[in-house]
Design a protein around this ligand. Sequence first.
Ligand code: ATP
Length: 239
Amino acid sequence: MIELDDVVVTAWSPDPAGGADRVVRLLGPVTLRLAERRIAVVGANGSGKSTLARLLNGLVLPSSGTVRVDGLDTATDGAAVRQRVGFVFTDPNAQIVLPTPLEDVALSLRRRFPDKVERLEAARAALRRFGLGERADVSVHALSGGQRQLLAIAAVLAVEPAVLVCDEPTTLLDLRWRRVVDDLLADLDQQVVVVTHDLDAARRADRVLVVDDGLVVYDGDPHEAVAHYEALMGQAGVP
Ligand SMILES: Nc1ncnc2c1ncn2[C@@H]1O[C@H](COP(=O)(O)OP(=O)(O)OP(=O)(O)O)[C@@H](O)[C@H]1O
């Protein structure tokens, strides 16, 4: 269970008029209980979706209020929270750090498998699970964008987090790879929270949060939430 209580996130921002930096509100106040297996977060660019997603594993900390995962506070139990909550970025290149898929997944597994032989075996098994068994030893630069996204997800899931948070994991992918990644996420045992601009994918969730101007303005039934978001976008003027 993920619990957000009265969470506000602020940041310092330069004053466009040239005055002193000012505190701006990026998100909140937000209070949520997230227990559903498939949760989607939709909203306009800059509305606060990534900030909300990053709160869930402590990548962003609340300026006030608390975020708890299975009772662990992201502000005080960050390492334990990050073991429970894996995070997948939009661009897999942001999280692939080693030259080959095998080495990259093995890096994630270094704590679980101190023995190198066991670690490499587990890494190969993780890659096979995501259809990358044949590509284990190639350069990561030889992978397609879709394969790289699968690798990033495989590396995060290798440590068996209870929750997977994905920030627009299919935005850079073509339709074929989008389906592969969507199907893969749909089949996971884990609780999955996905930030997405793909409204069809959002409709398949158990619950959808609509974020606008740093607030959760709709929370509930996926079809109604998507309709609410579409209406919101229909009303919005072009900036
Ligand atoms: N560290 C920061 N300092 C100042 N402003 C920030 C910071 N991080 C985010 N913002 C601002 O907060 C707002 C929300 O950003 P966020 O990345 O959460 O939006 P988003 O809904 O994920 O957008 P997108 O769909 O474009 O990725 C934006 O206006 C962004 O410029």
